[in-house]
Design a protein around this ligand. Sequence first.
Ligand code: GAR
Length: 207
Amino acid sequence: MKIAVFVSGGGTNLQAIIDNTKTGILKDIEIVKVVSSSPDAYALTRAADNGIPAVVLRTRDFASREEWDRKVVEEVTSSGAELIVLAGYLSLLGPEIVKAYSNRIINIHPALIPSFCGEGMYGIRPHRAALARGVKVSGATVHFVNENYDEGPILLQKSVDVLPGDTPETLQKRIMQNCEWEILPRAIRLIADGKVVIENNLARITE
Ligand code: GAR
């Protein structure tokens, strides 16, 4: 299966996918395109180091959001990608791409949805909010993407304990290492194997 990976920052989740295509559970998966919302994303270096074609598509470089949305559709369609993976992608996708790839876009969110999600809850912020609320577990969620932030069907979740003395940074690191880098590749595997059914806005994993 061919996939496109959308990024905005450091790209550690992209790296986890790349590593799994080489020596892990994604050996038959090809990353055919990386799309970045920022020219400064270190994820672009990771793509270049691995010979993966990459493109920067920023809304501000287009006359309108509609034009930007159309260009996103064009880039992904021409790459032949069958699945879009949002791996630390911090922009809201446009309606054209969401429609064109309905039930074929997944996102990793660094909290247990429906906690600490929605607009403005990205990067370190969900971890700050989780500690401020005093939750005893947190984690990560892979979900399908619709036109609203963090709202589509949940596919996978994994939790970790919040530990005494945790800072947003230590919690973020534990969740990335123990949850995100594991469940995002696992979600791609399940979809590639045709083991995911979406019914009534719920994702079900089949045998
Ligand atoms: C990750 O923690 C990811 O879950 C989060 O941004 C970070 C990106 O790290 N995504 C969101 O907050 C989306 N709402 P990375 O660039 O190193 O993969």
